[in-house]
Ligand binder design. Sequence first.
Ligand SMILES: NC(=O)c1ccc[n+]([C@@H]2O[C@H](COP(=O)([O-])OP(=O)(O)OC[C@H]3O[C@@H](n4cnc5c(N)ncnc54)[C@H](O)[C@@H]3O)[C@@H](O)[C@H]2O)c1
Ligand SMILES: [Zn+2]
Length: 375
Amino acid sequence: MNMAAKGREKIREIYVNAGGGYKVTVGAGLIDKCGELLRPVLAGDTVMLVTDTNVAPLYLKRVSSSLANAGFRVVSYAIQAGEASKNMVVITSLLEFFADSGLSRSDAVVSLGGGVVGDIAGFAAGVYMRGVAFVQIPTTLLASVDASVGGKTGVDLSAGKNLAGVFHQPRGVICDVSCLETLPQDVFADGVAEVIKTGILSGAELFSLCESRIDKSENLIDIIEKCVQYKAKIVEEDEREGGLRKLLNLGHTVGHAIERLSGYTILHGHAVARGIAVISRAAAALGYLSEDVLRRIISALEVNGLPTTTEYAAAELAAAAISDKKRKGGTITLVMPRGIGDCALVDYPVDELEGIFSLGLSGAGTNACDGTGAL
Ligand SMILES: NC(=O)c1ccc[n+]([C@@H]2O[C@H](COP(=O)([O-])OP(=O)(O)OC[C@H]3O[C@@H](n4cnc5c(N)ncnc54)[C@H](O)[C@@H]3O)[C@@H](O)[C@H]2O)c1
Ligand SMILES: [Zn+2]
């Protein structure tokens, strides 16, 4: 069956009741229809397409044509691909470009790319003229299952990741799984780490799909749908991360510390995979998680080609994590897995962090660190 036929057969729509409320549409071949899909939700004449230097040659023309055919004036801007672009200098250039292009308050910004493009474009859309309409067209698995939904946008500061940003919910998300076919394998695996995170949080239905290798095959539409449904539910209950939404940070305290210590050379999902492994081992050592479930989590990461160890010492990880924005006063909230579909938010004094991380690094009670998968 060709992609177009497959696309017609399988289109999923998930409604997210946050911001003004919006639909996430998942299917194959959707970028060629983005103009008609977006016309009902965008009132203005102009669409500012923000993409990056890798995605532009692959998909910009098709997206622009579809938007132009639906009657939009299309202007585009390609940022340099990569996390290093997530900074205020790029935001300033982008905002100046919006103004020079005559983008008005009733117009819209559309991101075409991965989480980096989505976070930058969303932030710029959130502050330009105090907020213009925003749409996400994610082109990585990570952005499809996580970053494009929920309205968190922002950039990094030298003090840490995502330290400057705004909540700005999109008017719509169009997720075309056929764009994922051009993803390099390591970038695809990056998204799988977030899928595994969502599987641990949401329960057996999704987690069991992560226990064998996830590839760019047909069930991706089902997997993305399940991840978006879970994220939508959490975001609807706690849009501004007052409590419940913090669960989505599973593996991210250590993950962000690793990203930072590596100077952002370790990809986000690969850092999160290590973070999930470390916190799961610590949870087992502290008696939150059974050895059996720990084994399943480590094995799901390994089967998907993701790392489960880190070269950084517990003290380095703790120091980097303490400057992360998720710290509150003298305590830090960690997401502790207790089982599949059962994670808890636990506050720890920051001076206990190093000890907790060292439990996760030593793999207390397991031989998870040896990479043989023979647990
Ligand atoms: N806002 C949120 O809620 C949220 C959630 C999770 C992650 N994030 C952020 O997302 C970012 C990571 O996102 P990412 O993994 O998508 O990274 P990314 O945007 O850097 O994309 C990874 C690489 O893939 C390339 N690429 C994108 N689509 C492609 C395609 N279809 N074919 C070939 N190459 C393609 C990009 O140019 C880039 O080089 C991080 O900055 C992270 O903080 C945000
Ligand atoms: Zn993440």
